[in-house]
Design a protein around this ligand. Structure first.
Ligand code: GLY
Length: 371
């Protein structure tokens, strides 16, 4: 099994995704880039949780390589993925005299990666950055493909830019330190990828359930590599989401709306699991999926401690929130449905009534509690 995937090899935006078990090879990977590192300053951008675990280690490892290494840390959590944090980072970069040849290093999960990428895309009209993802969700999804951005008011990822990283380097042993809830939330994105593109990978996940839950290193490596390969193949063909990249949004229309409705109390991957159950339900009602397929998809989230029902929601309000999502177009919401396990399709005809019925299916009501 190779531990390297080359995204867009031979084309303009090319970068490697490298899977390792520690950070020790990062200097070597940076040296492979055509950069004069001694001429560059680097700013490691991270959150306060990840800083405690790896901030010093990474700064010590990289300091001998660069002219200077700075560390910028902000409070962990989706509520800090905003323009205020971006402004604080711009201020540090200006004060430390970062110029166009200097780089940013995103060390952390999806929030850190998206926000750092957005700063890199916009500071001095764009500087280089690399991704060092430390959560499962960031390793299998958000660090790849150059989607960067921040939330704005109640709107998720509403401000952003496509800006490709120059390297994605993952130390898979960080997953062993990750709170279990975060790890399993990442499984929401892993299963999403299998469902949209790779039926045999879906079977493999079912087969390896125990090893995945136990974080068996070889199994985890194979799972991350397969999921990254699915994502790489999609973003290479459609980097700017003009077509098939939208398939990666399976479970995201209702997932994002639930995330917002619940004020980010649930993790992104947990909301994607709920959104995927809703998408599978609508697909089943449209007779794209059989009874068995629907129930199997729904129930496969359970061993990974992902929710398939939710309490205390107002379905109408959630549907209303889908109308302010980025995936909304004049012709309708770009909803992702499943034709079968391993094959997703874009559909713009999903109605509010269908979404309400799907939310009704996952809504665990007071009546359910009594029963
Ligand atoms: N996370 C979905 C995408 O990168 O397109």
């Amino acid at each position: 099994m190779s531990n390297r995937l080359a995204v867009n090899k031979d084309k303009k935006f090319c970068y490697d995704i490298v899977l390792e078990q520690d950070f020790s090879k990062l200097p070597e990977e940076l040296n492979r880039l055509d950069w004069d590192l001694k001429e560059k300053k680097a700013c490691i951008v991270t959150d306060d949780n990840v800083e405690k675990l790896y901030g010093k280690e990474l700064a010590n490892l990289l300091s001998p390589l660069f002219d200077k290494v700075e560390l910028f840390s902000f409070p962990a959590g989706e509520e800090h993925k905003n323009l205020e944090t971006v402004q604080n980072l711009y201020t540090v970069l200006i004060e430390k005299q970062f110029n166009r040849k200097d780089i940013l290093i995103a060390l952390g999960g999806g929030v850190v990666g998206d926000l750092t990428g957005y700063c890199a895309a916009t500071y001095l009209r764009g500087i280089d950055f690399i991704q060092v993802p430390t959560t499962l969700l960031a390793q299998v999804d958000s660090s790849i493909g150059g989607k960067t951005g921040v939330d704005f008011s109640q709107y998720k990822n509403m401000i952003g830019a496509f800006h490709m990283p120059k390297l994605v380097y993952m130390n898979l042993s960080t997953l062993q330190e990750l709170p279990k809830r975060q790890y399993f939330a990442g499984m929401g994105e892993v299963m999403k990828s299998a469902l949209i593109k790779d039926g045999s990978f879906y079977e493999w996940i079912l087969d390896k359930m125990y090893e995945i839950c136990e974080l068996e290193p070889k199994t985890v490596e194979e799972m991350v590599l397969t999921t990254c390969t699915i994502k790489k193949n999609i973003v290479e063909k459609d980097p700017y989401e003009k077509g098939d990249r939208a398939l990666l949004n399976l479970g995201h229309t209702l997932g994002h709306a639930i995330e917002k409705y619940k004020n980010f109390e649930l993790l992104h991957g947990e909301c994607i699991a709920l959104g995927t159950v809703c998408a599978a339900f609508i697909s089943w009602k449209r007779e794209l999926l059989s009874d068995d397929e629907y129930y199997e998809i729904r129930d496969m989230f359970v061993p990974f401690y992902l929710p398939i029902t939710i309490e205390d929601i107002e379905p109408e309000k959630i549907v209303e929130l889908t109308h302010s999502d980025k995936k909304m177009e004049k012709s309708g919401i770009k909803f992702i449905l499943l034709k079968k396990v391993g094959k997703a399709v874009i559909d713009k005809t999903v109605t509010d009534e269908e979404m309400l019925a799907a939310l009704g299916e996952i809504h665990f009501t007071d009546e359910d509690k009594k029963a």
